[in-house]
Design a protein around this ligand. Structure first.
Ligand code: SAH
Length: 276
């Protein structure tokens, strides 16, 4: 891809290939990239403010917009909005379980969490299992997997929705693509991914401190194409402080989705097609 990028010191890269070659060009460098990424988060306190990089105050706006997006998807893609279905979600790079606790647990009967940093996952377990008076057999956090995305292999056909928020930037392009290809196996027929992520205005921005990159919308779409995913819908997050990156939500399906019509019949969506 011929799109230039930068790091936070203003250093320019001709294209992503040049940057990836330098950062993760051999096995040793790639191990170091992932080790440094996890170490960064191991030094962050297990609070909402911690996982949101000091911007705990955006939590409410984030959850509100995500809920709107999810509600639309559930009603468009599942008969009865999924009400007659045992709904299961996976929260990827879940941190302390902020998204599960504030959103997913209310809509899904079961939620699994996947997170490589153990003190975050422990905090998620404490709040979702030990300290949660509203936990019930019909809405519960079931599995807590302590693993990174690049190593995760889901059980086949377990999930209706795989939610990936603010963590995919830790994966270089090759692992991004292989993660989605493996994760697809974890989706039920008709299931989909929701990716919520920062977006760069163009190209990419490398963060050498936490070992992640912020990709542009175009860059992400190019990768979705390589994963064989269809972009069903996307939406911009609104109401965040101006100094932050723009944030987008993407709903991604493995096939051209059948949209549920008002009469409850499934009809073929006429847009959009495969991203090339
Ligand atoms: N999604 C959560 C947490 C965001 S903070 C939320 O929105 O509240 C970013 C998270 O990504 C941290 O919990 C961090 O530990 C996790 N992370 C870092 N590298 C990762 C990797 N390789 N795979 C999965 N998660 C990773």
């Amino acid at each position: 891809m011929e799109t230039a990028g930068t790091d936070f010191d203003g250093r320019q890269f001709k294209n992503p290939e040049e940057m990836w070659q330098e950062q993760v060009g051999d096995t040793h460098k790639k191990c170091q990239w992932y080790r440094d990424g996890v170490s960064y988060w191991e030094g962050v306190e297990a609070t909402v403010d911690g996982v949101l990089g000091g911007y705990g105050r955006v939590n409410d706006a984030d959850i509100k917009a995500s809920e709107q997006f999810l509600k639309t998807l559930l009603s468009e893609l599942f008969v009865d909005g999924g009400r007659n279905r045992h709904l299961v979600a996976l929260d990827c790079g879940s941190g302390i379980g902020r998204v599960t606790q504030n959103l997913l647990i209310r809509y899904f009967n079961e939620v699994d969490l996947l997170e490589p940093v153990s003190h975050f996952l422990d905090a998620a377990h404490d709040s979702l299992v030990h300290e949660n008076p509203t936990a019930s057999d019909v809405h519960k956090a079931t599995n807590f997997f302590c693993a990174p995305l690049q190593e995760f292999m889901p059980d086949a056909g377990r999930y209706d929705v795989i939610w990936i928020q603010w963590c995919i930037g830790h994966l270089p392009d090759d692992d991004f693509v292989s993660f989605f290809k493996r994760a697809k196996i974890g989706l039920k027929p008709g299931g989909y991914f929701v990716l919520k992520e920062n977006t760069a205005k163009s190209g990419f921005v490398l963060d050498k401190e936490d070992r992640s990159i912020t990709r542009s919308d175009l860059y992400l779409k190019e990768l979705f194409g390589q994963c064989g995913l269809h972009l069903y819908k996307s939406k911009d997050q609104r109401g965040f402080p101006k100094e932050l990156f723009g944030v987008k939500m993407y709903a991604l399906t493995t096939d051209v989705p059948k949209v549920v019509s008002k009469s409850g019949r499934k009809v073929q969506a006429n847009r959009p097609g495969v991203i090339k």
